[in-house]
Design a protein. Structure first.
Length: 395
């Protein structure tokens, strides 16, 4: 979606807009963004405009902006953080529109609006649109890891090169009776899997019927999925809609489901069983539970009991800021590059991460940074008198 929207923005910027046309585009995008994300702003007789936005924002969401909660009880969490992110986007856009800086200043609201208008015009088989974006961010990530002295991985896998193998993997799961095709999409059949004696959702059994987690895990894959046999059945292969990347398959043009990508790539490198699998605690259900199910469905033999795909899972805690998970979607994050240029040394950042238990996560705060600096200074003093200089480079 990000790649598609960026392509649409580039095309839109190349058009020759008059001042009035650009103003009209901005006004429509402004209204559309508010309607989708902050509908309370529109509950008024007069139209919402960049000019009256600030007053209406403060009247409607003043308590949340002042540190309160949506319900008026408890502490602010992800819901409040997400609301503040949308408010910040509209605030920036309102300023940019009034200063006639629509492109570049109001992109956060222009992008989704253009996507709603023109996404059908994107060539879904032009994968370069999407791979250019992923390659850019892969390069950025590797640069950050190099800056932190993190050793590069032995193997790197990329989903776009695995799509044919993913389709074959899904075909075998269908053949075993654990998945079914419906209108060009393929869904995992949880009931059939369990009926054959295989456990499902054993990482987080209490979450198996949590609809909110299921929908969050599937994202757009769960939309328009009326052909599912069971409410919890998840997509292995999804029929592509206009503007979405697509590849040929036995079920028509489509794209891999989220969970299946990991199963196929990990199995291709590590085989039918691995010792340790890790990830953030938010991935335990449904992502890792679905990974387990589809992988064990692929490898298990009927009548011979379940197949164990992973011996141990390590679920890490999150980095968090002001009680909310650090997240790109919430825009409450600091990049590694920015942190190293302003606040941390590479070793100082690693020490800060080590100061929290791996499964509890770390709350990013000025106090934590100070504690890390004190600890690092203590180690430096101790090592300079008691250990060879090389020893401190191991941290």
């Amino acid at each position: 979606m990000k790649a598609r929207r960026q392509k649409l923005l580039e095309l839109e910027k190349s058009k020759k807009y008059t001042a009035s046309e650009l103003s009209q585009l901005a006004a429509e995008a402004f209204q559309s963004y508010a309607k989708s994300n902050l509908p309370e702003l529109l509950k008024n007789d007069s139209a919402l405009t960049p000019e009256n936005y600030a007053q209406r924002r403060d009247e409607t969401y003043g308590k949340v902006l002042a540190g309160g909660t949506l319900t008026g009880e408890g502490k602010p969490g992800d819901g409040e953080a997400k609301m503040k992110m949308h408010i910040a986007n509209l605030t920036s856009a309102a300023t940019a529109i009034q200063e006639e800086r629509v492109f570049g200043g109001a992109d956060e609201i222009i992008l989704p609006y253009l996507d709603s208008l023109y996404k059908d015009t994107i060539d879904a088989q032009d994968h370069k649109i999407f791979t250019d974006v992923t390659q850019y961010w892969e390069d950025q990530f590797m640069g950050d890891m190099d800056a932190l002295n993190v050793i590069r991985p032995d193997v790197i896998t990329r989903v776009t090169t695995y799509v044919p193998k993913i389709a074959l993997f899904v075909e075998k799961i269908i053949e075993k009776g654990f998945a079914y095709e419906s209108d060009g999409s393929v869904y995992f059949d949880i009931a059939a899997f369990e009926k054959a004696g295989n456990p499902y959702a054993r990482l987080r059994p209490e979450s198996r019927n949590d609809k909110a987690l299921q929908e969050e895990g599937e994202g757009s894959l769960s939309k328009n999925s009326g052909g599912k046999r069971g409410a919890g059945d998840f997509a292995l292969w999804k029929k592509s809609k206009a503007g979405e990347p697509s590849w040929p398959s036995p079920w028509g043009e489509g794209r891999p489901g989220w969970h299946i990508e990991c199963s196929v790539m990990a199995s291709d490198i590590l085989g039918s069983k691995m010792d340790i699998h890790s990830g953030g605690i938010d991935l335990a259900f449904p992502h890792h539970d679905n990974e387990l199910a589809q992988s064990e469905a692929y490898y298990c033999e009927h009548g011979h009991g379940p197949h164990l795909w992973v011996n141990y899972f390590l679920h890490m805690g999150h980095l968090s800021i002001s009680g909310s998970k650090m997240s790109k979607s919430l825009k409450n994050y600091q990049t590694i590059k920015d942190a190293l240029s302003k606040d941390y040394t590479p070793r100082g950042m690693r020490i800060a991460f080590l100061m929290g238990r791996w499964n509890d996560g770390v709350e990013i705060s000025p106090d934590m940074r100070t504690m890390a600096e004190v600890w690092e200074a203590t180690v430096n003093v101790s090592s300079s008198s008691a250990f060879p200089p090389l020893m401190t480079d191991l941290i």
